[in-house]
Design a binder for this molecule. Structure first.
Ligand code: XMP
Length: 326
């Protein structure tokens, strides 16, 4: 039957044979897939692996720290952290249209990643090595989705991956290519990754950028980051983390409604809570979060987040809605 230890041993052996003494890099998103892939490759080749973490300024509260400290502490992996938030936010200035936001974020991410790669190559170059391999946390559903359901190959050749410089031939290492999310979590646990990482709920690459409906500004990001942290904290406290697939917290930045806070009439923005249950994010239902938990979240957000005077609950399934609002 399925056994995490066997898969780990098997992959470690394959990765060692394939890589030899070459240098390897891995982009970390903070999510479970890239974290488990990195930990597995690290077990195989140790310091030949360098991870790259890009902070695009659209992360949630504590996320960068979690990767920079907790992940490094748990694994001992070499990490380059790049703060590219200024760059991203400048590029996103004045943009409200969801697809344009995604496109800008995607492009900026590649540019930032390329820069970090050059740094790794330069440093590795001094030791007479070159970076030949790139680790990706691709899962089986990703493979099926992109139409290559062979499932058997764990290491495939790949050139010019995701806009990498054309004169560098990267080979792709995808040790999770035959696995599903629950299996990846089991392997992460076996490899000693902390529960915080292994049981992290899905979070989109464009981050909070697609959870501000309207233009993205630092002020709006700070506000949403606070509201999101409160919702996550209360859902965790209520023990709902594993029942809920994810809970987007969305700022309707351009909507204003009248409220009364203290003795004053306010004209603030609403926050939407979007807790969903799902198997694979292809379909989803809205989570029946207990009313008292919702009440606590609502009270805290309106008390603690200046400028928010309403909290609303999204009670739509997917379809017809999507999980995210953009
Ligand atoms: P939707 O909103 O399409 O989301 O129902 C399905 C799942 O995908 C995540 N999501 C994204 N992930 N980049 C990502 O890496 C994106 O642009 C993106 N958009 C949605 C979403 O959080 C959910 O888990």
């Amino acid at each position: 039957d399925w056994d995490a230890s066997n898969i780990i041993d098997d992959q470690v052996k394959k990765i060692r044979e394939e890589v030899g003494d070459a240098q390897v890099i891995c982009g970390l998103s903070g999510g479970v897939d890239s974290a488990v892939a990195a930990a597995l490759v690290h077990k195989a080749i140790g310091d030949q692996l360098t991870c790259v973490f890009v902070d695009h300024g659209l992360l949630r509260k504590g996320e960068a720290e979690q990767v920079k400290h907790d992940f490094v502490k748990a694994t001992g992996i070499k990490l380059i952290a790049v703060d590219a938030s200024e760059d991203f936010l400048t590029a996103l200035k004045g943009v409200s249209e969801p697809e344009r936001k995604r496109k800008i974020i995607g492009e900026k991410f590649i540019r930032t990643f390329e820069k970090a790669q050059r740094q790794v190559i330069e440093e590795a170059g001094k030791n007479g090595a070159e970076v030949k391999y790139l680790v990706q946390g691709t899962l089986y559903p990703d493979v099926v989705e992109s139409g290559g359901g062979d499932g058997a190959a764990n290491i495939k050749s790949h050139h010019n991956v995701g806009g990498l410089p054309k004169d560098i031939k990267f080979k792709l290492i995808e040790p999770l290519r035959t696995l599903f999310k629950d299996e990846v979590r089991a392997i992460g646990t076996k490899l000693g990754l902390p529960d915080d990482i292994v049981w992290r709920q899905p979070f989109p690459g464009p981050g909070l950028g697609i959870r501000i409906i309207g233009e993205i500004t630092r002020e709006r990001l700070d506000l949403l980051r606070e509201a999101d942290a409160i919702a996550r904290e209360e859902l965790s406290k209520a023990g709902l983390d594993r029942d809920i697939w994810q809970c987007p917290v969305v700022l309707l930045a351009d909507v204003h409604s009248v409220g009364v806070q203290g003795d004053e009439r306010t004209y603030g923005s609403p926050i939407v809570l979007r807790p969903v249950s799902s198997e694979d994010a292809m379909t989803a239902d809205w989570s029946r979060v207990p009313y008292d938990v919702l009440a606590t979240i609502s009270t805290r957000i309106t008390n603690e987040c200046r400028g928010i005077n309403r909290v609303v609950l999204d009670v739509t399934s997917k379809p017809p809605a999507t999980i995210e609002w953009e």
